[in-house]
Each structure stands twice: as structure tokens, then as C-alpha cells.
Design a protein around this ligand. Sequence first.
Ligand SMILES: Cc1cc2nc3c(=O)[nH]c(=O)nc-3n(C[C@H](O)[C@H](O)[C@H](O)COP(=O)(O)OP(=O)(O)OC[C@H]3O[C@@H](n4cnc5c(N)ncnc54)[C@H](O)[C@@H]3O)c2cc1C
Ligand code: FES
Ligand code: FES
Length: 1360
Amino acid sequence: MGSLKEDDDLGMAVSKDIILYVNGVRRVLADGLAHLTLLQYLRGLALTGTKLGCGEGGCGACTVMVSHYDPHLKECMHYAVNACLAPLYSVEGMHVITVEGIGNHRSGLHLVQEALANAHGSQCGFCTPGFVMSMYALLRSNKGLPTEEQIEECLSGNLCRCTGYRPIIDAFRVFAKKDDALYSMRSSSESLGSDFICPSTGKPCSCGEKTVNPLENWTGKCRNSYMPVAHNDIDGSSYCEKELIFPPELLLRNLVPLNLNGTGGMKWFRPLKLWQVLDLKMRYPDARLVVGNTEIGVERKFKNIMYEVLISVTKVPELNAFVVKDNGLEIGGAVTLSRLLKFLRKLVIERDAHETSACKAFIEQLKWFAGTQIKNVASIGGNICTASPISDLNPLWMAARAQFKVIDEKENIRTLPAMEFFKGYRKVDLKRSEILLSVFLPWTRDFEFVKEFKQAHRREDDIALVNSGMRVFLEEKDGKWVVSDASLVYGGIAPIPFSASKTAGFLQGRTWGQEMLQGALETLQEEIFLEDNAPGGMVEFRKSLTLSFFFKFFLWVTHSMEGKGSFFLKPLPPSHLSAVEPQKWASSTGIQNYKVDIHGTAVGLPVPHISSKLQVSGEAEYADDTLTPPNCLYAALILSMNAHARIISIDDSGARSTPGFEGLFLAKDVPGDNKIGPVIHDEELFASEIVTSVGQVIGIIVADTHENAMLASRKVKIEYEELPAVLSIRDALEVRSFHPGTERFLQKGDVEGCFGGGICDKIIEGEVQVGGQEHFYLETQCSLIWTVDGGNEVHMISSTQAPQKHQKYVAHVLNLPMSKVVCKTKRIGGGFGGKETRSAVIAAAAAVPSYLLKRPVKLTLDRDVDMMITGQRHSFLGKYKVGCTNEGKLLALDLEIYNNGGNSLDLSLGILERAIFHSDNVYEIPNVRIRGSVCFTNFPSNTAFRGFGGPQGMLIAENWIQRIAMELQKSPQDIRELNFQKEGSILHYGQQLENCTLRQLWEELKASCNFSDARAAVDQFNLKNRWKKRGVSMVPTKFGIAFTAKFMNQAGALVQVYTDGTVLVTHGGVEMGQGLHTKLLARTILKFIAFSTQGMKQVPNASPTAASASSDIYGAAVLDACEQIKSRMLPIALKHKHDCFAELANACYMERIDLSAHGFYITPDINFDWSTAKGRPFNYFTYGAAFAEVEIDPLTGDFHTRSADIIMDLGTSLNPAIDVGQIEGAFIQGLGWVALEELKWGDPDHKWIRSGHLQTRGPGAYKIPSLNDIPQKFKVSLLKDARNKRAIHSSKAVGEPPFFLASSVFFAIKDAITAARKESGHHGWFPLDNPATPERIRMACADEFTKPFASANYQAKLSV
Ligand SMILES: Cc1cc2nc3c(=O)[nH]c(=O)nc-3n(C[C@H](O)[C@H](O)[C@H](O)COP(=O)(O)OP(=O)(O)OC[C@H]3O[C@@H](n4cnc5c(N)ncnc54)[C@H](O)[C@@H]3O)c2cc1C
Ligand code: FES
Ligand code: FES
């Protein structure tokens, strides 16, 4: 350990006692681990509750709490951090608490865990430990109860893909100091007979009144039990007696300097004094200072940059101090953003208002800066010295006249204005021996205003597209307000923060007013320059944002001046106030409205997910958590970096010399057939000669660690001969690039006759582009494979929705009989279709080295690789021609529909077919003609995703409905209602509607959301507000339930009763958060029931868990098995009286009754024949409707959903709480698809991205909805007294149908944009593609600020 003499010379006497406490246990850390993250270390200790979701600080799955003692404040600091970015040695001398450290299901859950489990806040459970730990850290660090705002803020760095957040926030809200009454209006289920459902536990409970609406006066004991029992400055707040105390040793222990090592010659220093830092910098001029590691960590992992020497400066007092001076505030370079935020908030209260204009701007900017875990560790120095062109703070430092103090190894200090510090792309004015010592922020003067601006894809935890810091100092001269000084600095438009000095110069000396504004906008427009192909794209949007921001600034200053001194400016017109009013986000509230209809003992009860207790405590195991067998190897894939190319040569010498290398396997090594595919074998496991997409697998490398395998894979050099690539649907249409045999044609009535016969009053033609979507399951693809019996059998544990496909693929590529291959899946951390077929490719690849080397092999994809290679929701292109009457009655639809299949067929044909089936959504159309094909493109194969093409078909339909409405100047709601299908309607593929509840749902929704009042209120609001617009929409859906491939509609289950009365159920379905086991549990009458890991041994040939049908079909199969056993037990039961089921089971055993049964089910009456294009592809339909109200900011494109109201017909729900969870989760995932999530590919429209590459490859660049994106009012109702005779217990499938309802948000946005456009004189239809990102919203709100850059019907580029 660090005993180098020269280091001792530096005064770095190094302690041998390098320690860390983990969950109260003292751990001595060895030297040589500087390369490890805290997450790697914890998972190595088998503390696998802390998950790896992204490795880049963007998902929060790895959240742990770190505590350290601050000897100056004499208290403990407790805070949440992302373990995936925290270097192991950064927590030396600290206490780390993981989810395992706060409770478990055996010795008792912590209240945070219990609240989340009981309130249905955990579905797949992969994100759950992270949420638990964020909340736990907040409670522990807060002296009293936190506010709701603090709770929402603390969760801003945690993503969940399943729940839609509402149950999570409801679960944690019980810890907030808000009044009970407010809380009690929220999570409500309407009734449970006369029983009360506790909003805190989500279960029937006796803590409240038993009335119809018992929640109003609820002050139940469950609520009270979440009060902290004590607060101690050292230990923080205690919520229960099991709280781990801060280890006394760490209170007494003096900090020691550290001098440690890692692999590859890496060095880690932790000096305690400034002079030590400077000496180290002298000795290692290339050494990097490290504070939060949020930049360095990402650079090391994703850009493969090696930093040999890191100097951690978190404990150097001079770099961590705040000094309040007469003229401003001096902030140490290593001060973290959370500390800065806290300090500024205090200053703003303490100091005169005019002095803190800049402080307020920083507070606002920091609010939307990263998640809490990042802010807790990231430093201002790290942000400044990284010099990112989109840094949120640097434009503000510059605008606010901050000064940077730098110091060199000789302790010479230079002070330079922030304006002059940034020299080039990620280059600053620092010599190699210098560091940033501190930042000085001057107080603002009277009539000096500083304001921040930021527009990102997503409000919360996202880097800016464009940001800005603006300052103006006004002086009164000759009765006028004149600009004495100004600075405008923009981020995101140039390689360094761009100071618009010409515009600032223009402002100087001018009188503040309208004339100055116009001149400034013109100067700014000339001054801002962005090339058409500028990195980041969105050039028109970014340019117009620069004008929008300045306009907002002008209005804000004008408004701020209203209350100041003698005033000569005209006050703002009231309608313009909307541009400057601060955004206030009320906490989201949810209402769930359903009737509990109990069948038997448990069916219909809103019981929590059966694994929820294991999930909240981190005990639930996922594939990557499985203890690796001895001798295990780790795999990494060799991936194509070309979209279409011939492989000329492969040089693997670099890989073979990598430490820990154990083998490399290519196409020639595959023991069986290298050709694979779920429907047809049209792809290669390992590309042999030609690659057809970036990310296509060329081979696999195994090594002793995951990191070494990754390193070796990067060293494989492949020479290619490039071939022409097809990179969009339009490209494919141009060169007729289709997957063979995928043409589909379907017709009803006489389309030509209708269009040609003069019957239609209106014929409209158009195109709809539908964007794709990444699954973003929180658990990435993972398989652990090993051989048994000398390689004769292959076993695997995989994260998959389709273990049978894994079995099939692996058997196929290894040339083994399927009976020799076993795939087990306990649970998966989300799938959404992405683990139906593409996971099998991963397993098959890993099986090759495992089989050939006869060693266990684990392959876990890093998030970026997973996103790059495993395919997404298909993008679509629809070309439509619709005819209708003047009233809007539909007469004919002629549709061409294409999906982007990528480089193999996979499931794309089934997806196209479902899109065709759903192209009517819910509308009666007498004449229909639809043709479509699957396009072959040079992208990774696209695959199944919740809805399986249905949402795309319906979105195209709703687009033309909306267009008809606009052309006829009618409301889209009226056009919808006029054309609803009804009982007995014959659909365009021949199926007749039965039990159609569409109209009933629609009417109930209209009443529930009070649509006409909502419409009127929105119109009123829009009249009064020029720069905020609201919109409303109601959208219906009808979703066909069944696999469209008939043979897949079958299910098996094995039920085994043991003599102690316990029951083991094994079925072909996979638990992936949707509560399948929980629902099936309800179908058996037994209490002591367990679900076996899904494996192909007990239940063969299982269909994938997909198509929303698993509860239906596996439920029926389990019931079949139960019925068989019941009928065998009945005679024994009738013979004698048995006190309990165990007694009966034992009696049956003694009578030699077979207590095991195999159940089987096939969905009846389904058939479809594409040669006639007629039949009954679906068992039944699930109907729903949703209302949404949104508000947009036309100047920036920002939006939020003010309210969403959803109603669905789920028959008699098997478990209403789980069904509501599915609806909310699907809706929020759908909201991501329609409004947030944009995939950007290197295609003809995105030339700044390398051809064929995916740019949006992680949570940093690809934005799924966060907590802040959910509707402020979120109501979900289930249609009451609805029965579905075509499924078990009269229930209906729920997984996919609600997804499309989120399009109500999309059309509400379009409605709001329409209002904005009218202000500028643009009436009539305009294009809007999904996702309706800020770019699309802003550019569609065509006005004077977009006009210089784009036409009113500008269509932002979209990878389709
Ligand atoms: C998930 C995530 C979200 C983010 N969101 C945002 C965001 O919203 N807005 C935004 O602007 N940024 C964002 N960032 C970027 C990043 O977090 C910030 O730049 C952060 O402030 C860096 O601080 P750090 O202490 O972690 O830097 P480190 O990674 O520790 O260091 C970064 C660099 O700065 C140098 N350095 C640090 N201190 C000094 C010093 N005193 N003198 C000289 N050099 C120094 C280091 O040597 C290193 O090269 C985000 C990053 C992540 C991972
Ligand atoms: S795994 Fe650490 S934030 Fe995602
Ligand atoms: S429960 Fe949150 S990601 Fe699955």
C-alpha cells in the first residue's frame, strides 16, 4: 500500500488502515482497487440489491446512502449517491448503507420499504431499491418530516419504466409533512364492499372509517406510524428501532491522506491540504482532480479514456469553503452542487433582494440540473473545468460577472473573469500545473438583473439543448431607463459558451423598451450562427430558442421593474405575463376509481404484487444477481461498426494479448447452425462475410472479468469494404428494399368506387411518420450459461420473456436436442417485448464459448450496447387517402403502411399485421383498402414492443381523424363520436364486435372529465394568455387480444400439491412486473403457494409472455390443473372432515391420489387467413378512452400534462390494484413514445451522427418520462359491472391496451399548438410527428421568432 518514498516526502504518510463501513460492518479495503466503483465492490460482496441500470448516473438503480462525519459542523452528512459512478476509494472512512441494510422480509422491512410494497409501487422491482434508498437518504438527513416538494426532488434522479411513478409518489407521500386531508383526497379506491382500503398500505385495513368515501377524514394509525421517532445530529432521523447507527469508530477517526493504486498503473491520491494537491500536480502534471467523478467516470467508461493519476480533493478545506464577502460570495472549487444550492437558498433569505438576483438564477438553474444523487457529489469546479458547451452553469457564471481564481504549484494565484476562461471545445485557460481554486460571484446591484434559461428534452435530469445566462444593469438617465451594462451568454450553440457580445454592445446605452427589443432581436439573429449540420442537430430550433430566451428576458426584466422606484416603462400587457410567470408544478395527485368484485376468496382483491416485499428489500434476484459458478467467464460481443459492409479481415491479436483473455469465437466456430430467427432463419448469429447493421454481432470474446472482456473486444480490428446502406423507410421505398414475402393486402367494400363515384364531399391525402421507441427495461439483457454432464446438457438463467425461444436458439446453434437445453427465468427487470426474441440471440451467442470451453459464461449487456444492438419499437410510415361527408362521416380509407424492420425479419411481419388490424382504431369505415410491407433497412432488427404495432396503426388513424376535423373545422371529438363502431360492427378483416362498451366508456369519460367545461376553460385561458397555451383531447382505443399467430395461443401449467398443504405452481409465463403470479395466485384457493422459476423442463413449449394474454391463458391452464386435482381430492374430502388443507392433502397422499396435474388451455374460436384476409384473429377486445389536458410554452416548446383521466373496460378485474398499475405504467410509457422519447440514428437527416449509428444510447441522451412528467391530476377508472364471457373470471387483458391512450396527450399538445398558431395567423392543418418534443412543439408554434429560420409547416427531422 502506498509506501513510495517520494510520496512520503509529500507529507502523504499513508495509513494502512483503509476502511469503509457497509451496512454497519467494518470492511478493510485492500490497495489496488482504485479502478473499482462502489457498485462493483458492493455487488462483489453479494449485496446485489444495488442494481446496475445504466452505469452513467442516469437511472438511479444503483442508489445507496453515504454518511460521513463533518468535524466542523459536528454532525453527520447523509446523502444519496449513484454507486455506479462513485469510485470505491471516494467513500473511504464513510458509512455506506445499501437497501439490504435497512430491512428485509425476514427480520422486518423498513417503513420506507413497507410503504412502497403495500402501495403497489414496485412492479418488475428493478428500480425499486434505488427509489427506496433515495427516499431513505432524504428521511435520514432531514430533521423533521420532509415536504412533498423535497420528496419529489429527491426522486428526480430515479427512473422507473413500469409503474408510471404515481404509486411510488403516493407511497412516499405518507412521510411528508402535508396535511392528511390533502393526502386523503388522493389514492382512493372507491369501495371494497364496506371495507376501507388504506391509502398507506393499499390493503383492506381497519385504520380508517368504513364509509363509501372513507378517506376524507382519514387519520389512520398507518399514517402516524411513519413519523420519525428521533433525530440525532450524528445519526440523522430514525424511523424505526432497526436504523443502523453511524459507526462510532468513524466519529473518532482522523482522516488520513491516501495514496493507492488500481489496475493499469492507476493511482489514487487523497490529499488533505492544498499544498499537497499542488505538489502532486507538480509531480503529475497530467493528473486529474476528481470530486464527484460524474464527468471522469463517464469518460472512462464510455469514451475509454484512461486517467492514470486521480487526485481526490473532497477533503481539502480551501477547495470546499464558502466565504461571504462584502462584494460577493467566494465558493471553493470542490463545493458540490447540493451544498451550493443549500447555501444560496440561505443567502437569498438573509441578504437584500437586489443583491441576490444572480443567486436566484443559480438556484433555479440548479433545480433542473441533474438528479439529486449527481448534485450531491458533483462539483462546481468539475463543471467549469470540463467546459462542456452545454454546461448549465458556465453561461451563468459568465453573465453574472463571476471571477475564477486559479492557483499553480508555486501557489501563485491568478484571477480571471469567467468570460475569458473558456478557450475552445472543452478547453479552459488552465496550465497543466494549475487548478481552479475558487469562484467569486459578485452581488448584483440595484436594477441589475440576472436570469437563467434552459430548454432540454426533458425538464428533470437532462442536459440542455440550449441554455443561457443573461444580465442587464439599468440606470435612470433623463427620466428613462437606459442599459448601462449587459451580457448575454448562450450554451448549446457553439463549442464554448457563446457570449453574444454584439447584441450586448447594441443594448449598451439604449433605452429599455420595444424599439430596443426589436433591434436586439435583429442583432442577435445576425450574430448567432449554426451550420446546417452542426452537431446536435435541431439547428432551426436552437436558433429560434436564442431569440425566445431573449424575448422572455426582456419581458421578465420589464415585469420586474414594475415594482421598482420611479417607473417610466409601460407595464406588460396581462397576456404577456404568461411568458414570465415562474413555472410552478403542483405535486401530482392520483385517483383510482374501481369497484372490488370478489370471486371466491381472492380473485378481485387489490392485493400487492407477491414479490413486492422481496423487491423493496433488494432480496429479489434477477439474472445478473445469480451467484456466478466457479470458473465463470465473462463475455463481450464483437460488434459491427458499419451499417452495410463486407468484412475484409479481422485482426484479433490485440484482443488475445489483453489481460484475462480466454477465447474468441466467430461464425466458423459455431458448432451448429449459424442461421437463426424466430419466424424464418434470416439472420446470422455471428456475421460471417457481410454485416448489415451497426451493432450486428460478429463474434464473442470471453475473459476473466467483464471489464477485460470489454477491453479485449475493443481491441479487435476489423477491416471493411463499405456497401450502400438503406437508412430509412423512405430510402427503402425508393430502392424497393422489403423483407421477402411480407406484402400484405386487405380490403373491405369498394374503395375505388367510393373515391371515384362522387360520394365523398371531401377527400384528403397525407402522410404520417411514426417514431420508434426504445424499450428501456431497467435490467439490461443478461444470460448466465453453463454446461452439465461434460457438456452434454446446457443450462442457463436468462432475463427473457420467452425461455422457450432461448432453449430453441441455443439448441439450434449448438446442434443439441431441445431436451438437453434448459432455460430458467425467475423474474425479469422489465421486458415490454424487448426480451421476446432479441434476448435469445444474446443467450445463443454466450452459449457458444460456454459449450466449447465447457465453462460457465455470463453475458450482461452494458446499457449503451443493449440500446445499440437489440432493436426497438418499429417506426412506421403511413400514406393515407380518406373520404368523408361534409359532416365528417367516414366513407373510405385507402392506406399504405410500412414499418422499419431493420436487418432481419424477426417479428416485424406480425407487427405490421397488427398495425393493419388496428388501422381503424374504433371507427366504422364502409370501404377500406390497406396494403403494407416490412422494409429491410440497415439498422438492427426492430422487434416487439408493448402494443406490437397496434399503437402505430391507431396513431396513423387518429392523425387522419384529426386532419378531417381541422379541414372541416369541426372538433375531433365530434368526428370521433360520429364514426364510432358499435355492437355488431363488422371490422375490415371480417371480425364482428361483441360486447362493445366503447360508447359507454366514452360517455362516462366525458362526464368524468367534464369535457365541455374543460374545453371552454381552455379556450378562455388561451384567449387571455399569449405565451402559454392549453389544449385538450379525448381519444378512444380498441385493442385485440390474442397472439395473431394462432398456434401461439396455447398455455401449459403444472400444479403440485405437497403433503404439508403447500402448492407449487409452474407455468409457461414469466413474471416481469405485470403481476402475473399475483393474479394466478388469486385463482388458486390456497394460501401457501409458491411459483417455481419458469423453466422448460416442467412446462414445455411455452409461448412468450406477451400480447397481454398471459393472465388469460396461463390463468386458464392453472385453473385446469387445479380443477383436475380438486376432482381427485373431492371424494376424500367428502369422506372425512379435515381441519385444514394440509390434513386433506396428506389424507389424499395416504390414499395414493395423484396430487400433481398438468393443465392446458387453448384460446377458442380464433382464426385468420391472409389469403382471404378474413377471419377472427382476436378472442375479444379491450376498450378504453382517455382525456388529457396539457399546457405548452410556445416560446420554448416545454409542456406538461395538467390532467389525464382514463377509463377502461377490464371486465371484472382479477386484481384492480395491479390492473390500475398496468394502466398507469402503460400510459406513462405511451406518453414517452408520443412526447418525449426520440431515437436519433445516423441517417440522411442526421448527418452529424455516424452513418447507421444510434446516438441516443443511454439515459443521458434518451429521455424516458421521469416523475416530473406525469400528469398533475391522474385519474384511472375501471368500468363497473362489465363482464367478459370470453376470459376467465370475466376479466380482460390489460398489459398493452392502455398504451395508446397516451396519444390523448399528443393530440392535446396539438390542440394547444393550434391555439398558438392562430395568434400568428396560421389556421388549418399542420404536421406534427411523434414524439412531440420541445423542438417539434416550439417549431410548430410558428411565430415571429421561428419565422427567420423555418416555414410555418416546418417538420423537424425524425429517424423513421
Ligand atoms: C447523470 C448526469 C447528469 C448531468 N447533468 C448535468 C446537467 O444537468 N447540467 C450540466 O451542466 N452538467 C451535467 N452533468 C455533467 C457533470 O455532472 C457536471 O459537469 C459536474 O459538475 C462535474 O463535476 P464532478 O465533480 O463530478 O467532476 P469530476 O468528474 O470529478 O471532474 C471533471 C473534470 O473537472 C476537473 N476538475 C474538477 N475540479 C477541478 C478543479 N478545482 N480544478 C481543475 N480541474 C478540476 C477534473 O480534473 C476533471 O477533468 C451531468 C452528468 C451526469 C453524469
Ligand atoms: S446504474 Fe447508476 S445511475 Fe444507473
Ligand atoms: S418497477 Fe420500476 S422499472 Fe420496473
